[in-house]
Ligand binder design. Structure first.
Ligand code: DGJ
Length: 730
C-alpha cells in the first residue's frame, strides 16, 4: 500500500520507493504538513508539532492559547486568518473579502490516477500509482478545495494538483490558486533553477535560500526562455551524486510562478502554480477550477538521482503515442541550410544527399506556404505555395519517401501575420486591445487561442495539410511572447482569464491533432527552447532545445536541460561553421558528439560537402544508430559541469549496466596541461568493461572510483568512448 491512513491520529502517510510524505488533520481540523523526505516506516508525531504559538502569534481558537498556525507547516495555506506568509489560495468573495480558513471535510483514496480535464498531466495505471484526494472547505464562503496527491509506487515521485469548487451561493473570483504548497521546517537549503535567455536557455543557477521571497516565473504567455518551470531545494552538501534534493516541475506551458519564501523563524515555503500576476478566474456557483499539476521528485542521491527519476517518469508516464517507445529518426532540417531560399528541386537535392548518408527524415522548415519568402507575411494561411514547391507538398513528400526517408513540415499555428488572408478576414482573431496599437515582434501577432472558433479553424487548417500528403513529423513553432493580452471573446471582468484560457485552447488543439494523426512525431519549438516544459512533452515527445546550434554553447544548454528532461526529448543538430549564431568554428566531430547527446539531426547545406566530409557524416550517423537505443533510453549521468569547469562530460548507461558511452568535450585548451581524469558513474562495480580503442579491461569499480584518464584536448575538441561488459571466462 502506498497510502496509509491512520484513523485515530488522522495521519496520511504516502510512501514511494524511497520517499515518505506525511500530513495530518489536527484537533481543529486544519491540514498540517508533518514530513517529506527519505522513506520512514511509520511516524510518531510527538515532538513534531508545529502549531505551538510564539510571540506575536495569531490565536485562531480563543479558548486554546497553545495553538497557532503562523509558524505551522501547512498543506494549503490561505490568506488573512492565521498565517501571514504568501498563500496558496487567494479568493475574492461576494462581500469583497479574501479571507479564508480551510478545514478538513473528508478524503478518499484510490488506485491509479485521474486525468486533469483539459490539461496535460502524468498518467498511471492501478499498479503504478495510488491517489489521495483530501477535501477541505471554507464554511463561510462555501468554497471547497480538493487536494490531489498521487504517489508512484516504484519511483520517488509525488504529484499534486488542486480543484477549487464553488459550493457557495454566489460567484467568487480566484486571484491565485497554486498547484502545490510545501512548507519546510528550516531554511538550510540551496535553491536551484534553470534560467537564461533566447539562445542560452536553462543555465543552471544555484544560490543560498535567504529570508524573504526568492522566485522565478513567467508572465510572458509561455513558460519562456528566461526561467524554466522548475526549481529544486537542495541540502547545501548536495552534489551530482549525494545529498538531498526536492525537485518541483510544473506541467504547464504558460505563465507560472515558482516561489520560495523564508519567514522570520526560518520556515521555508515552496509554492508553484499559475502566476498570480494578471490572473483571475470568475468561478460561478457549482463551477470547478482545475489547477495544472506539479511533479515533485525527492532524491537522496543528489541531482543525478533527481534527474534520472524525472527522465524515467516523463518517458513512461508523461509522453504518449507511438513515438514514446520508438527510436527517434535522424533528421535533416532545411532552416540553416536554406532559410527561405528553396524550391522543391533544391529540397529534393538536399534530401538526396541526406539519404546517401543514412538520414531518415527530411524536414521542410519555414517558407513553404502562401507568399512566405521572408518572415513578414502569411502566418495563418496554411496553404502550400505550389509555385515554389513546383507542384506541391504531396509530390515533394512522395519523392522524399522514394529516397527511403520520411517527410516532415514546419508550422507556426498560434500566430498570424498582419499581411495574411486570415488577418484581413478576421482582424479580431488576435490578442489585442481596442484603441491600442498592435505590438509586433518578428512582424507577427498572437492568435487568440482562448476562442474556440480560432482553435477550430487552426486545427482544421493544420489537419488538412497533414492529410494532404504523407507527412509524419511536425515542427510546431511559436516565435513571440504575448502582448496586449485581451480577448474579444470574453466580458471585461474575465479579461485576466485570457492567458490561461489560451493555454487550455492550445492544449485542446494539440490533443485533437495528436489523436487525429497518431503516426505523426510532433516536435515542439518556441524560438528554440522557449517552451521546453512537461506540458508540451505530453503532446510532443521532443522539443527543439535551442536556436543556438553552436556546440560549445550547447554544452551548457543541454547540461541544464538534462536536469529535468529526458535526453530523448532534446532535438539537437549539427550545423555549419562558422556557426550562424556565434560565428564560432568548432570541429565537426565535436558538433556531432554534442548533437548525438540528444536526438541527432543535421541542419546545414550538405550539398556543398565533399565526398570525404560526406563519409565522415555517414560514419557519425552509423555510430549514432548503433548506440541510439542506449542514448535515447539509457540512464544519463552528468560527470563534468561546463558551469564549473573548462570542459563537460556525461555518459549513458544501459539499464542492465552492460553497455555505456562517454562523451568528453573540452572548451579551451590550456598550455602545459596535466592529464585529466573523469570518474565514471552508473556502472556495475563488479563488472569488467572493454573500452573501444583502449587496451585491456577495466573494472567498473576502478572506472567509478579511480576514474578514466582522458587525453589532452585543444580548443573545442572532444572524444567519445564506448564501453562493453566483458564476461569473465567461466
Ligand atoms: C524559430 C525556430 O527555432 C527555428 O529553428 C526555425 O524554425 C525558425 N523559427 C523558422 O522561422
Amino acid at each position: 500500500m502506498s497510502i496509509v491512513y491512520y484513523e485515530n491520529e488522522k495521519i496520511f502517510h504516502l510512501q514511494g520507493k524511497d520517499v515518505s510524505y506525511i500530513c495530518k488533520v489536527d484537533q481543529y481540523d486544519h491540514l498540517i504538513h508533518v514530513y517529506y523526505g527519505k522513506k520512514i516506516r511509520h511516524i510518531n508525531t510527538k515532538g513534531m508539532e508545529t502549531t505551538k504559538p510564539i510571540t506575536w502569534s495569531l490565536m485562531p481558537v480563543e479558548e486554546d492559547e497553545n495553538y497557532a498556525l503562523d509558524t505551522a507547516l501547512l498543506e494549503y495555506a490561505t490568506y488573512g486568518h492565521v498565517d501571514h506568509r504568501t498563500p496558496a489560495l487567494h479568493i475574492e468573495q461576494a462581500n469583497g473579502s479574501t479571507i479564508m480558513d480551510l478545514t478538513y471535510e473528508s478524503h478518499h483514496q484510490y488506485k491509479g490516477k485521474k486525468e486533469l480535464e483539459g490539461l496535460p498531466a502524468t498518467y498511471a495505471n492501478e499498479e503504478e500509482a495510488e491517489t489521495l484526494d483530501i477535501i477541505l472547505s471554507d464554511t463561510v464562503s462555501g468554497v471547497q478545495v480538493v487536494l490531489s496527491y498521487t504517489v508512484f509506487n516504484k519511483l520517488n515521485v509525488i504529484t499534486r494538483s488542486v480543484q477549487i469548487i464553488n459550493k457557495g451561493e454566489a460567484a467568487v473570483k480566484i486571484l491565485s490558486a497554486q498547484s502545490c504548497c510545501v512548507d519546510f521546517e528550516h531554511a538550510n537549503y540551496d535553491m536551484m533553477h534553470l534560467s537564461g535567455a533566447w539562445a542560452r536557455e536553462r543555465h543552471v543557477v544555484r544560490r543560498k535560500v535567504v529570508p524573504g521571497v526568492q522566485s522565478i516565473g513567467s508572465t510572458r504567455g509561455a513558460s519562456s526562455h528566461v526561467h524554466n518551470p522548475f526549481l529544486a531545494l537542495l541540502t547545501p552538501d548536495a552534489t551530482e551524486e549525494t545529498g538531498q534534493v526536492y525537485g518541483f516541475n510544473f506541467v504547464y506551458s504558460g505563465n507560472f510562478c515558482g516561489h520560495v519564501s523564508v519567514q522570520e523563524h526560518d520556515r521555508t515555503r515552496v509554492l508553484m502554480g499559475i502566476h498570480p500576476f494578471n490572473f483571475s478566474w470568475q468561478l460561478e456557483v457549482k463551477e470547478t477550477f482545475q489547477t495544472p499539476e506539479v511533479v515533485m521528485v525527492y532524491s537522496g542521491e543528489g541531482l543525478g538521482g533527481m534527474s534520472r527519476e524525472y527522465h524515467r517518469l516523463y518517458r513512461k508516464n508523461l509522453m504518449r503515442g507511438v513515438w514514446k517507445e520508438k527510436e527517434r529518426p535522424v533528421l535533416i532540417n532545411s532552416w540553416e541550410a536554406a532559410y527561405f531560399d528553396f524550391t522543391r528541386k533544391s529540397i529534393e537535392a538536399l534530401a538526396e544527399k541526406a539519404s546517401e548518408i543514412g538520414v531518415e527524415l527530411c524536414v521542410l522548415d519555414d517558407g513553404w506556404f502562401s507568399k512566405r519568402d521572408d518572415d513578414r507575411s502569411s502566418l495563418g494561411d496554411w496553404i502550400a505555395n505550389n509555385d515554389k514547391l513546383e507542384g506541391g507538398l504531396d509530390i515533394l513528400a512522395k519523392n522524399i519517401n522514394k529516397m527511403d526517408m520520411a517527410f516532415g513540415l514546419w508550422f507556426e499555428p498560434e500566430m498570424v501575420s498582419p499581411d495574411s488572408e486570415l488577418y484581413r478576414k478576421h482582424p479580431d482573431w488576435c490578442l489585442y486591445v481596442e484603441g491600442r496599437e498592435h505590438v509586433l515582434t518578428r512582424h507577427q501577432l498572437t492568435l487568440d487561442f482562448s476562442r474556440k472558433e480560432v482553435c477550430d479553424y487552426i486545427r482544421e487548417s493544420v489537419s488538412s495539410i497533414l492529410s494532404s500528403a504523407p507527412i509524419t513529423y511536425v515542427k510546431w513553432d511559436m516565435n513571440r511572447y504575448m502582448s496586449n493580452v485581451s480577448s474579444k471573446g470574453r466580458s471585461p471582468k474575465q479579461q485576466m482569464e485570457t492567458p490561461h484560457r489560451y493555454m487550455l485552447g492550445l492544449y485542446y488543439v494539440l490533443e485533437e491533432l495528436v489523436k487525429r494523426h497518431p503516426e505523426v512525431l510532433f516536435e515542439g519549438c518556441a524560438g528554440g527552447g522557449g517552451r521546453f516544459d512537461p506540458g508540451m512533452l505530453y503532446y510532443m515527445p521532443q522539443i527543439w532545445t535551442s536556436d543556438d546550434t553552436d556546440a560549445i554553447e550547447r554544452l551548457k544548454i543541454q547540461y541544464g536541460t538534462s536536469m529535468v528532461y529526458p535526453i530523448m526529448a532534446m532535438g539537437s543538430h549539427v550545423s555549419s561553421v562558422p556557426n550562424h549564431q556565434l560565428e564560432r568554428v568548432t570541429p565537426l566531430e565535436t558538433r556531432a558528439h554534442v548533437a548525438m547527446s540528444g536526438n541527432l539531426g543535421y541542419e546545414l547545406d550538405i550539398t556543398q560537402y565533399s565526398e570525404d566530409e560526406m563519409d565522415t557524416l555517414r560514419q557519425q550517423i552509423a555510430f549514432y544508430k548503433a548506440n541510439r537505443q542506449l542514448i535515447q533510453f539509457g540512464d544519463f549521468y552528468r560527470l563534468k559541469s561546463p558551469f564549473e569547469d573548462n570542459s563537460a562530460a556525461w555518459m549513458f548507461v544501459s539499464t542492465d549496466q552492460t553497455e555505456a558511452i562517454v562523451f568528453y568535450m573540452n572548451i579551451l585548451g590550456i598550455p602545459n596541461p596535466m592529464d585529466q581524469h573523469v570518474k565514471l558513474s552508473g556502472l556495475h562495480e563488479a563488472y569488467d568493461y572493454a573500452i573501444e580503442g583502449m587496451e585491456g579491461i577495466f573494472g567498473g569499480d576502478q572506472l567509478m572510483y579511480g576514474g578514466l584518464t582522458l587525453p589532452v584536448l585543444k580548443d573545442f575538441e572532444s572524444v567519445c568512448y564506448t564501453l562493453n561488459r566483458v564476461k569473465p571466462l567461466s
